[in-house]
Design a protein around this ligand. Sequence first.
Ligand code: BDR
Ligand code: CA
Length: 310
Amino acid sequence: MERIILDVDLAMGAPGSDIDDGFALALALADPDITVDLVTTVNGNTDVETVTVLTLELLHRLRRSDIPVHRGAQVPLIRPQARFGTIPDDVEVRDPQPTPAAVAMVDHVLAHPGEITLVAVGPLTNVALAMRLNPSFARALKRLVIMGGVFDRSTNKADRPGEFNVWNDPEAAHVVLTSGIAAWWVGLDVTVLVRLTRRRALEMQESASPFESFAGRYTVAWIDHRMKLGLETDASCAMHDPVAVASVTHPELLAWTDAYVQVETGDRMQGAMLADYNIDQADRAINAHVAREVNAASVSNFFQTRLKEM
Ligand code: BDR
Ligand code: CA
């Protein structure tokens, strides 16, 4: 059994906004080999207050309000990239736990050394703060799995030099990369290949399962929004964050390469990653395991099967 903390920067349930953090949470709850100990929230796709309220709402919808939710960082470590969102009128505002996310992460991981996997699917601000709060934190983790980065620059179709989560707080990514542990990085190179089609989302919308129909509705809206902006060439969207969650119990569905990775914190190439895969370990330790290939059909199949069983 994998015990995880899931750190998210959105949930699902705001019209026209991203849905994959919500799917990642649903998949973690649906995977019989995962126990979600805590959910933490961070500024990223929207402001942390909206993320927190939507996360609590999604857990309520999934009848898992027993899972503690801790609100995290309102802004990146040094950049003024706070987001501003709107809590939809029909969503009830519930209170998270009083302890801030980074403190909760440190307390929980140090109480269970070597047992907790932290899965971060938003900007790395909370993770970096936890590492700075207590230098023993990183080494007490079982594993750190991150949806973030784009490693093969020729496949970077993003409209910014770095992938969003790393671009949003590159200094936090730098803290993680220099923490002394090698995280498992699931970047855009693989996540853009795992897709949910509009056709499937429409089927989900008609499902008798309340979660499937809710998720289908917001996925159709998200795909339509992206197509209107010219961001998708076919009627589908990437399931970035669920790939990171799937990799916790099924790492064999991805091909990993050990690497030494640096992140660009200058303004011009903000968030770009530089990965060296030819390391002489006698000279320099690896600081990352980078996912370079994915069995997209198997990850999709795993994801769809689990969600149907919710
Ligand atoms: C990442 O950015 C967010 O929009 C997604 O939820 C994912 O975590 C992809 O770049
Ligand atoms: Ca995310």
